[in-house]
Design a protein around this ligand. Structure first.
Ligand SMILES: Cc1cc2nc3c(=O)[nH]c(=O)nc-3n(C[C@H](O)[C@H](O)[C@H](O)COP(=O)(O)OP(=O)(O)OC[C@H]3O[C@@H](n4cnc5c(N)ncnc54)[C@H](O)[C@@H]3O)c2cc1C
Length: 334
């Protein structure tokens, strides 16, 4: 096996690609998005001529395992990450787990993970073909071929994609096991604010709100991402997202602004952007670090944050990293 095609330039896809490329494989990473990072991304918010930025999905990173802790340490040295010191944490007994934010925005972490790789953005794979010699992935403009395929898209999207292959590539048992994974939805509201905005969050940069509607919100200027234009990121609870999945934006935005009325007045909001994450985080993971199909004609592996048997509560960037590395290790031995 010489070449490997990876669908998904999120954490799992990029870190798997790094390991595989280092071991001498010819690796290509495809993503339908305009930018790298998948759910770990930073968005621009324009107010007139000025541009602010807001972390869109991932807000901070934690590290529990030795390898990911070492990766975080590397990024601290490169100044891609910095510790997020929540007031009082230092004095807490036992000390709280460290959290890390990216002062240039979470996209900078994805760019770091993608260094030296062949990544093709704006390439949505819509059809797969397979035979014993390998895989072909079709996008609107290109056909990509490789000996093996690694898919890191959320599992429901990966399953839909696999159904486009003419042959059956998963057994009923495998399909059933993968379909049992559950995700929670989340709605993100990003706000661009007037200069008069004074952060009510102070050095904490973020606030875990935990109300029925708002799970948390973060001040991107305090985080250092958006020094010139104050911006906030708000994430709703899963319950609120489920209840309001179909609610029109014009109704939803005032509803969420109401929830923040203790922190910002409506007349400070100059621009906003709303995003609905159907597959935001995994509440019921697959009980292994990756999945390898047993009956596909050519090697097929699935990875991503859904492959995280022992994660606390919901899946995190670290789960995606561990899954990507485990999938790469497996593919090296195929
Ligand atoms: C709102 C929100 C907040 C979060 N906050 C945190 C946090 O603070 N800390 C934390 O640790 N984790 C957080 N997470 C979870 C974290 O984002 C994920 O665990 C992690 O980023 C998942 O990475 P991944 O590589 O598995 O998947 P993804 O990042 O989803 O990558 C999959 C990629 O596949 C691409 N793709 C899918 N289908 C196709 C196709 N057909 N063709 C081409 N490309 C395709 C997608 O565009 C995507 O880029 C948060 C997630 C969300 C949504």
């Amino acid at each position: 096996m010489q070449s490997i095609l990876i669908i998904g330039a999120g954490v799992a896809g990029l870190l798997a690609a790094q390991d595989l490329q280092k071991r001498g494989f010819d690796v290509t990473v495809l993503d339908k998005g305009r930018g790298l990072g998948g759910r770990m991304a930073t968005r621009r918010i324009n107010i007139g001529e000025r541009t602010g930025k807001a972390d869109h999905g991932v807000q901070y990173i934690t590290a529990y395992t030795p390898r990911f802790t070492a990766t975080v340490a590397e990024m601290l040295e490169e100044r891609i990450l910095q510790p997020w010191n929540v007031n009082g944490d230092a004095a807490a007994t036992p000390p709280k787990r460290s959290r890390y934010i990216a002062p240039e925005g979470m996209t900078s972490v994805a760019k770091y993970f993608a260094r030296g790789l062949q990544t093709r953005l704006n390439e949505r794979v819509h059809t797969l073909r397979t035979e014993t010699t390998g895989w072909t992935a079709l996008t609107d403009n290109h056909e990509y071929q490789a000996d093996a395929l690694l898919i890191t898209a959320p599992i429901p999207q990966a399953l839909m994609l696999l159904e486009t292959a003419e042959q059956k590539v998963l057994s009923d048992k495998e399909h059933h096991a993968l379909s049992s994974v559950e995700y929670i939805p989340c709605i993100t509201l990003m706000l661009g604010l007037g200069d008069e905005y004074v952060s009510a969050l102070g050095k904490r940069k973020m606030r875990f709100e935990g109300t029925r509607a708002v799970m948390w919100f973060a001040d991107n200027r305090e985080k250092g991402i958006s020094p010139d234009v104050p911006t906030l990121t708000l994430h709703t609870s899963a319950e609120f997202a489920k209840e309001h999945w179909e609610t029109r934006e014009e109704e939803l935005v005032p509803m969420l602004l109401d929830e923040l009325s203790d922190y910002i007045s409506n007349n400070l909001v100059q621009a906003y952007s709303l995003h609905r994450w159907r597959f935001s985080r995994v509440s019921k993971p697959y009980p292994a670090r990756f999945f390898a199909a047993t009956s596909a004609p050519a090697p097929l592996v699935l990875a991503g944050d859904a492959f995280a048997a022992d994660t606390p509560i919901v899946t995190r960037v670290e789960d995606a990293a561990l899954s990507g590395w485990a999938a790469a290790e497996y593919l090296c031995g195929v």
